[in-house]
Design a protein around this ligand. Structure first.
Ligand code: ZN
Length: 289
């Protein structure tokens, strides 16, 4: 089930598996990897747009929370399928008050506030000192920026994503710390996904749609039984849901633009230094096993 492009979707993204927006779901497989079985990987193809799709939190509701996603198995499996570029879809919260619920953000940088995840494929290997001046693929990001312009959707082309451990939500003091540190949005899923993709020389770029104001950014009373216990009101839920429904059209346009791009970014040479020095071979599987 080979394809050069993959979409990793967060909560809500799995709806496309049922609503048929991408045409026929041609194939679905869980791929065995040295780190266990991957999440199901689906292959879609319609009108010349071909890509793989993986839902990181499960395919019914939110069955796997962020700390428990098998990131290494998922990224390994996509590499095994010969994926070169990954677009990530997720719905984080707002730290920067210049942003509104329902807005789209294309983050350009990231702060790691996670703990005890599996951050590397290169355990006890002495390799993997990879520069992260641009943690997300610049070339893929440029294509995403063009996508939003062409679709005439309101978006922010920069933002610092703070990745927290979860599954609990953050305290107001933590959010204040992230704000002082330069964070614009807060979520739980892009790490270690983006770092693992870089280790296997794949491009990775996120699209975020904003779902709520983070704790302490907008004062909200506790409401029992409601989503995030009242952190998000009905109007905001509608706005977030409306943006989430744009997912198929955004992904379709993104892949249409990306699939015509020559791959000239530095991601594909992330491990070149080690290859040049004879420390690893060209066969990426041998870097790990
Ligand atoms: Zn790249």
């Amino acid at each position: 089930m080979d394809a050069k492009f993959a979409v990793i979707a967060g909560s809500g993204g799995y709806d496309i598996l049922r609503n048929g927006d991408f045409g026929t779901n041609l194939e679905c497989k869980k791929i065995p990897t040295p780190f266990g079985e991957s999440a199901p990987i689906h292959r879609f193809s319609k009108d010349g747009i071909n890509f793989l799709f993986l839902s990181r939190h499960g395919e019914e509701r939110y069955s796997i929370s962020a700390p428990f996603v098998n990131y290494r198995a998922n990224i390994w499996a996509l590499k095994e399928c010969e994926v070169e570029r990954i677009i990530s879809w997720s719905g984080p919260g707002i730290i920067n008050i210049g942003f509104s619920v329902g807005d789209f953000v294309l983050p350009h940088d990231i702060i790691d506030e996670t703990k005890n995840r599996q951050y590397t494929f290169f355990e006890k290997k002495g390799i993997g000192f990879i520069r992260h001046k641009s943690p997300f693929c610049k070339e893929t990001r440029e294509a995403l920026i063009k996508t939003f312009h062409e679709l005439n959707l309101k978006f922010h082309n920069n933002g610092v994503y703070v990745c927290t451990q979860g599954p609990r939500l953050e305290t107001a003091a933590e959010i204040n710390k992230y704000k002082i540190s330069g964070g614009d949005l807060v979520g739980m899923t892009l790490i270690p996904e983006t770092f693992l993709a870089r280790e296997l020389e794949m491009c990775y770029a996120p699209i975020c749609y904003l779902t709520n104001f983070a704790e302490g950014i907008s004062d909200r009373p506790f409401k029992k039984g409601e989503l995030f216990e009242g952190m998000i009101n009905n109007d905001e839920q509608k706005k977030a849901s409306f943006s989430c429904k744009r997912f198929p059209v955004i992904i379709r346009k993104s892949i249409e633009l990306i699939q015509n791009l020559e791959r000239n970014c530095s991601c594909k040479n992330a491990m070149h230094r080690y290859k040049k020095d004879g420390i690893i071979s060209e066969d990426w599987r041998s870097w790990i096993q």
